[in-house]
Design a protein around this ligand. Structure first.
Ligand SMILES: Nc1ncnc2c1ncn2[C@@H]1O[C@H](COP(=O)(O)OP(=O)(O)O)[C@@H](O)[C@H]1O
Ligand SMILES: [Mg+2]
Length: 207
């Protein structure tokens, strides 16, 4: 599907991006409802220089993760700044307040994150709670792989593992926010101790 066809088949916007953000649309893709993530409305320099990198990174990660539970299926690239993926009828976890998430959601998130790591992909932006979707059937989905790191060789594997450690803090962070009574001792430890990558970042940024 090219851009003209995609734009002709938009059912409705799902998320309207501001500034450098993408917009996400629900699209009729040859009879199937899919999501299209599109940077066409971003400022020109960003659209030309940065968006193609983000889109190709995200497509690469999604292709690598094809068949992994909790990861939307990659469907296809439209152009340098837009691609289609499985539409998840879900609500971003960021919209839930304290006490609103069912307790079984937390182990489900842990399971999906573990499965992704086992396939050699670290997400890199899981602390943003809008990147986890909860579907009406209670299943959990991870989206937004623009910052993902794929382990392909020894060096990228080390980076992937360091980013995976940061991913592993997202669940304790979420629990602290919506269900602090569920925090385990291990969760507390993770919250209190910076990972290797976080220590490095601190040193580099002098903060
Ligand atoms: N596959 C999808 N199915 C349903 N909604 C989606 C999908 N991908 C993204 N969205 C919606 O669009 C929002 C932004 O998508 P995301 O990939 O996180 O982009 P951004 O880089 O702007 O954060 C999400 O929080 C979610 O509400
Ligand atoms: Mg996001």
């Amino acid at each position: 599907m090219n851009r003209t066809e995609f734009e002709r088949h938009i059912i409705r916007p799902i998320h309207t991006g501001k500034g450098f953000q993408s917009s996400v649309y629900l699209v009729d893709w040859n009879g199937e409802q899919v999501a299209v993530k599109d940077f066409a409305r971003a400022p020109k320099w960003f659209r030309r220089l940065v968006a193609p990198l983000l889109v190709s990174r995200e497509c690469r990660a999604l292709k690598h993760l094809l068949g992994t539970p909790g990861i939307p299926r990659f469907i296809g690239k439209i152009d340098r700044v837009a691609f289609a993926l499985q539409f998840i009828e879900g609500t971003p976890i960021s919209t839930f307040a304290k006490g609103e998430l069912a307790p079984e959601t937390f182990p489900r998130i842990a399971h999906i994150v573990e499965g992704m790591h086992a396939r050699g992909v670290a997400h890199g932006d899981l602390k943003r709670r809008s990147n986890l979707l909860l579907a009406p059937d209670g299943s959990v989905w991870i989206i937004d792989f623009a910052a993902a790191v794929i382990a392909r060789g020894p060096l990228s594997r080390r980076l992937m593992q360091s980013v995976a450690e940061v991913d592993d803090k997202s669940l304790p962070r979420l629990k602290k926010f919506v269900a602090p009574e569920l925090l385990t001792e291990e969760d507390q430890w993770k919250l209190e101790n910076p990972t290797k990558l976080e220590k490095w970042a601190k040193k580099l940024l002098g903060r």
